[in-house]
Design a protein around this ligand. Structure first.
Ligand code: ADE
Length: 230
């Protein structure tokens, strides 16, 4: 899969794209990343890419021409604008994108991007959540990680993808490892019992209980074994 990222801070990505599973996926050629410096498309000696908003108001808006030119080589890809005004990112969206050949992530900055870009050059507008960051860069990285772990061959244990939070509409159950007794706190007895059926039943109950306590709206949305809530 090819992921292109358009940003005025290309250096933001140098570290994260070179560590952990993302680096491994790139080395294995499961993932190719291209970081495009929006400023290279800016006008004049100052490489200007932003200007004041028409109608007045605070902040600066990314101008359409540099963005359109930066996006031109990616016209055939799925183009996503990262903005707090977009649809919230979900596992479902990542699942869908992980099947694509290519994805282009446009990082908004300042007060936003000229709406004509959003309307005519962007396929989807996505937000990382209901809070405002300095720009779309962190959201772009979240997407790179979320998609990379879904690429076939990128994560060693396919079962760990299957059973994780949100995969079945529920939060993940608590996990424990050695030692079984630690600072006076014990691992739940059932996990040491060796009884596979009891372990699975305990895990299912824990997923339901944790979801009911922390994210009840996930149960109300109709996902996650609703008939087992009685
Ligand atoms: N840029 C600023 N805040 C953002 C958010 N929450 N999601 C995506 N892009 C953003």
């Amino acid at each position: 899969m090819n992921i292109a990222i358009i940003s005025i801070f290309p250096e933001f990505f140098h570290g994260p794209l070179n560590v952990s599973l993302v680096a491994r996926a790139r080395e294995a050629e499961l993932l190719e990343t291209t970081v495009v410096d929006l400023r290279a498309f800016g006008a004049g000696t100052h490489r200007q890419v932003d200007d004041a908003p028409f109608g007045g108001g605070a902040g600066m808006v990314l101008q359409p021409e540099p963005l359109a030119n930066a996006l031109a080589p990616f016209a055939d890809t799925h183009r996503v604008l990262l903005t707090p005004g977009g649809k919230p990112l979900t596992q479902e969206i990542l699942d869908r994108w992980a099947t694509l050949d290519s994805l282009t992530l446009v990082c908004g900055r300042y007060e936003g991007v000229d709406e004509r870009i959003a309307e005519h050059f962007i396929d989807e507008e996505i937000s990382l959540g209901d809070y405002v960051l300095l720009g779309g860069e962190v959201a772009a990285l979240a997407i790179v990680e979320g998609v990379t772990r879904l690429l076939p061959g990128a994560v060693g244990n396919a079962r760990s993808i299957e059973t994780e939070s949100f995969r079945d509409g529920l939060l993940e159950e608590p996990q424990y490892t050695r030692p079984a007794q630690w600072r006076g706190w014990d691992v739940p007895e059932v996990l040491l019992s060796g009884h596979h059926g009891h372990v699975e039943e305990w895990r299912r109950q824990q997923r339901l209980e944790r979801t009911r306590q922390r994210r009840p709206e996930l149960l109300e949305s109709g996902l996650g074994e609703p008939d087992e809530l009685e």
